[in-house]
Design a protein around this ligand. Structure first.
Ligand code: HEM
Length: 190
């Protein structure tokens, strides 16, 4: 029997706290599907234990994890093209928390991959916007959180239109038919 060390879960957890402090100023919080999130002025991103920290209007957490759907060639292409987050010129960001339906989670792995990439071309679409947009994916489906994923993107202001175009394309795909809640939060580095 395997046991999960609660300390290691805490250590690996990233928190996104919408409140009064943080290194990102929130410029918009728009509900896309389902219920939105309460207004907040700043986003604080922190890792580990948040006991004793100032509470926010909302607090979302997730963990980075292994790849589920990416095949070897796709992975090599992503590694070749992608840029790290934290680039000084990338002063624009988006935090897009997403929840998918029960029907999605009841699919088998191969069925999800078929929808995610074969039908929807998620990676094929996204990869065209590298390295301009840098990204991070946090999982929270198994953490009893309101969302299944926290997606994070950073880009320089000149790529704002490209970012809108990509998000629009992804939202018309078959994969997005399984999205039951999505909130689009936009930010500027302080
Ligand atoms: C910068 C362009 C993008 C690229 C290169 C990209 C790439 C990827 C890749 C490779 C994965 C699969 C990870 C795995 O194998 O488990 C993934 C998952 C995901 N991406 Fe993107 N993506 C991009 C943009 C976006 C955008 C704009 C959104 C949200 C609006 C988004 C939402 C998600 C979600 C929710 C998942 C998890 C899907 C699941 O496990 O069911 N992505 N992305």
């Amino acid at each position: 029997m395997s046991t999960v060390d609660p300390q290691s879960v805490i250590h690996n957890t990233s928190w996104f706290i919408g409140g009064h402090t943080g290194s990102w100023r929130i410029t918009a919080i728009e509900p896309v599907t389902g219920v939105g999130l309460p207004p907040a002025n700043f986003l604080n991103i922190t890792r580990g234990d948040i006991d004793g920290m100032e509470e926010g209007e909302w607090e979302l957490r997730g963990v980075t994890s292994n790849l589920r759907y990416t095949e070897r060639d796709e992975r090599n292409e992503l590694i070749r093209l992608q840029a790290e987050t934290g680039r000084p010129e990338a002063i624009c960001a988006a935090l897009i928390p997403i929840k998918k339906s029960q029907a999605w989670w009841e699919l088998a792995q191969d069925e999800r991959r078929a929808i995610f990439e074969t039908t929807s071309g998620h990676i094929k679409i996204g990869i065209q916007y590298l390295p301009a947009i840098s990204r991070k994916l946090y999982h929270c489906h198994d953490l009893n959180e309101p969302f299944d994923f926290l997606t994070w993107f950073e880009f320089a202001p000149e790529y704002s239109e490209a970012f809108e175009e990509m998000v629009k394309k992804l939202r018309t795909t078959r994969e997005w038919e399984y999205v039951t809640r999505e909130v689009d939060i936009r930010l500027r580095r302080v």
